[in-house]
Design a protein around this ligand. Sequence first.
Ligand SMILES: *[C@@H]1O[C@H](CO)[C@@H](O)[C@H](O)[C@H]1NC(C)=O
Ligand SMILES: *[C@@H]1O[C@H](CO)[C@@H](O)[C@H](O)[C@H]1NC(C)=O
Ligand SMILES: *[C@@H]1O[C@H](CO)[C@@H](O)[C@H](O)[C@H]1NC(C)=O
Ligand SMILES: *[C@@H]1O[C@H](CO)[C@@H](O)[C@H](O)[C@H]1NC(C)=O
Ligand SMILES: *[C@@H]1O[C@H](CO)[C@@H](O)[C@H](O)[C@H]1NC(C)=O
Length: 778
Amino acid sequence: MFENTVKWLVFILAIYLAFNVVVSMNTPLTRKTYIVQMDRSAKPGYFTSHLEWYSSKVQSVLSKPEIEGQADEEDRIIYSYETAFHGVAVKLNDEEAERLEEEDGVVALFPETKYQLHTTRSPMFLGLEPEDSTSVWSEKLADHDVIVGVLDTGIFPESESFNDTGMSPVPIHWKGICETGRGFQKHHCNKKIVGARVFYRGYEASTGKINEKNEYKSPRDQDGHGTHTAATVAGSPVRGANLLGYAYGTARGMAPGARIAAYKVCWVGGCFSSDILSAVDRAVADGVNVLSISLGGGVSSYYRDSLSIAAFGSMERGVFVSCSAGNGGPDPASLTNVSPWITTVGASTLDRDFPATVRLGTGRTISGVSLYKGRRILSTRKQYPLVYMGGNSSSLDPSSLCLEGTLNPRVVAGKIVICDRGISPRVQKGQVAKQAGAVGMILANTAANGEELVADCHLLPAVAVGEKEGKLIKSYASASRNATATLAFLVTRLGIRPSPVVAAFSSRGPNLLTLEILKPDIVAPGVNILAAWSGDLGPSSLPTDHRRVKFNILSGTSMSCPHVSGIAALLKARHPEWSPAAIKSALMTTAYVHDNTHHPLKDASVATPSTPFDHGAGHINPMKALDPGLIYDLEPQDYFDFLCTQKLTPTQLKVFGKYANRSCRHSLANPGDLNYPSMSAVFPEDTSIKVLTLHRTVTNVGLPTSTYHVVISPFKGATVKVEPEVLNFTRKNQKLSYRIIFTTKIRQTLPEFGGLVWKDGAHKVRSPIAITWLTPLT
Ligand SMILES: *[C@@H]1O[C@H](CO)[C@@H](O)[C@H](O)[C@H]1NC(C)=O
Ligand SMILES: *[C@@H]1O[C@H](CO)[C@@H](O)[C@H](O)[C@H]1NC(C)=O
Ligand SMILES: *[C@@H]1O[C@H](CO)[C@@H](O)[C@H](O)[C@H]1NC(C)=O
Ligand SMILES: *[C@@H]1O[C@H](CO)[C@@H](O)[C@H](O)[C@H]1NC(C)=O
Ligand SMILES: *[C@@H]1O[C@H](CO)[C@@H](O)[C@H](O)[C@H]1NC(C)=O
């Protein structure tokens, strides 16, 4: 069995590689797209514009045409970047790229990279509702001038969530435009969707021309993802929203008064770095206040990841950038988008689910979840034969996973088939079962997902169950050839305890790029989120799904990121003078780390409480974030000084010195001294180092006269002391500094976690703490 699995995985890998090869062979000859970063200040005076200078640089390195006199018709430069980044995206062969890299004024060359959307496409989950504490207050805020740029698959303008009735005119500071194309006209922009643009030149350069019959070469969203994220950020309230009757209620975004600018960077074939960079550059120039980016991938490095570089430029211009942490959990160190100037958002559950049951032939009832709604309903009185193709519960094979082409209709027709989660999208397993003639499906979690239940909008009656219950059902089905079951679907349930719980799929720390920067920053709802959907695709995203819905239920850190973007827009509206770092600090220091049963937050993938490597500072708490008391503020130069501690070469550092002519102030003794709202103390391999001191400065944004006392949680491996233990503020915006001194008592093999809280009687300003002892070298 195991061997089969391995063979199967090798097969999948082969297909995957083959696919990648096909893609790169589509590229004209051997030209690839490179993002070229230029030193803006090095432009010789005789060039009238930067673009003219960049073009001449590129021209000077191009290879001679093979046939004399044959002009190179192709325009090599596909983008020029002017705002968050300086340079061009250009198509070059390897030799040309090498020559260009040597040219004066060229800071760096980055090969085009593909990024992914951070949603598990099939998972249809449930969502955010008006009873949610965040929506009541959000309407009261005058947040109408805040504009959130959403980099995604575009927008479906007909959705009621983008109705602009009653909104004030478009803010005058807005410089963006409404690009038109197939299915998207000027009138599709309004006072809610204030801008819409497309970025496809990098995509086309890598994969060939867009087939306009299959794909809208316009801001119109035919995927649904971009519509869902944009509506989560700032959707107008829509009464009676639901998915096939599930999650019925009023749907609204986190900042219903904010405006949306849609930047379409993701296409059927993926999202490409040169397009993403161009969109961020454009969005900052257009005047967005917040950027919501639910995608990731790229390179794990500060200076080679275009998103990291572009986000640095945005932060310098005062734009708050929120990104999804990734869906690589529960594996440790699975995070993406970890740069400290980005807010990295993990996912957690809501207190709502969609119960369904499996009633076995033995009379036993097992609970699960489902979003199935359709004509094919199973009789709850009748029992149906149950079949599991995996033999026994300890092995996974292609047919136990219900992969395409693995279910024999002779075996499964008329039966309820048990499918293991993994490898293929969950709704696709349902489709495979349906095509093989199954009457129903039980989708069983494996160890990777534990007891985290994901409700899907399946094409046939289907119930998802946890790992434990799955094992029980599988052993019953394997033991008895006459095993039977039936499925029943119940009504949406609220008040689920415990909640929130950190989602198993949410990417985890530690942050291997810099252990001293604790990531993720925060968690927000990302499981079973209801929001607007594209009319061009069914709720399961399967091409065979002909249902059309106005709202859909999705899960992923793609869904949690726009919650934070929307709440950041509200904070920006209330406190226009706050820097991106101040907004992040307010979100983090007010987050909570207990669930609705007053116990520490749990991790869906294990029985133990979650840690800051899972939930960062904790769960977002919008009301409290409006009035945080103290903030940990940072200027762009502080982040640059942090980069100076990261062993980057002067050339690599230059990547971040674009707006301002920055140089290292050498102000940080330790990267952990960056004035970040969380703290990570890392004891080096050298066991003789027993004391480590971190420094922080807080700014008083509460009452002018206030006295804060510190409280620190106990640690087994170290004593933690704060000096001073009292902070007396006498005026608003006053800054006071303190030190945290970590002294090792007993080195621990695993990191230890805790927290530090400043209290003034009205505010609790909490920072998570991680202490890591690196394994001594032997
Ligand atoms: C927008 O909302 C208003 C008020 O609720 C309603 O009258 C109008 O019909 C809506 N517009 C569209 C295009 O649905
Ligand atoms: C499951 O199958 C494997 C290999 O087919 C076998 O070694 C193992 O004993 C089986 N386990 C159970 C519980 O039947
Ligand atoms: C299964 O059902 C068949 C026919 O209905 C019956 O003959 C057989 O004894 C049953 N086997 C078990 C293990 O219940
Ligand atoms: C940038 O700063 C360095 C050191 O402060 C200085 O030598 C250099 O002339 C500056 N360059 C520009 C273009 O301002
Ligand atoms: C802070 O103020 C309190 C009373 O307001 C005073 O007792 C205390 O000494 C002050 N502490 C410091 C460090 O200034």
